[in-house]
Design a protein. Structure first.
Ligand code: FES
Length: 148
């Protein structure tokens, strides 16, 4: 085999190898709809009553939270009134990681890429672009009910 023939074949081989690397390493990183990597899908609107909480024994202090059926309910103020609680989907709208409530800042923060959401689920900081779904909270006696 001549040297030029050898180098020519080697060059073609490198192009094929590099093209393959490029396709693999860039897949899925340029916008579009992200694929959720975790979390429970948020219940759809109109699903009715999702779960109840006994306020005599749960969600006693500001910042206390509970996650049930893909929804996080958080006590954000004192008193057993609806406005003292917020309920939103727990899966971040970016890639589905479970969000946490930061009591000091009074916002939800995603631990994976740092998206921030208001108490009502509105996006305060990306990369998430869509708000969290908000759920209804009603209280009868000591029973708090979350519904969609
Ligand atoms: S999963 Fe990326 S910011 Fe939440």
């Amino acid at each position: 085999m001549e040297r030029n023939e050898f180098l020519s074949k080697l060059g073609i081989g490198l192009v094929v190898v590099c093209t393959g690397c490029s396709l693999v390493s860039c897949g899925g990183s340029k916008g579009g709809n992200p694929t959720p990597v975790g979390g429970t899908p948020a219940p759809a609107k109109g699903s009715g009553n999702l779960f109840s909480v006994d306020l005599a024994s749960e969600l006693i202090n500001i910042g206390d939270s509970k996650v049930v059926q893909g929804v996080i309910i958080v006590r954000i103020a004192n008193g057993d009134v609806e406005s003292a609680f917020t309920a939103v989907q727990v899966a971040c709208t970016h890639q589905g990681t479970a969000i946490n409530y930061n009591t000091g800042q009074g916002i939800f923060i995603c631990p994976l890429h740092g998206s921030e959401f208001s108490k009502n689920g509105q996006v305060l900081l990306g990369p998430a672009a869509l708000p969290l779904q908000k759920y209804n909270v009603t209280i009868t006696n000591n029973t708090l009910t979350v519904s969609a």
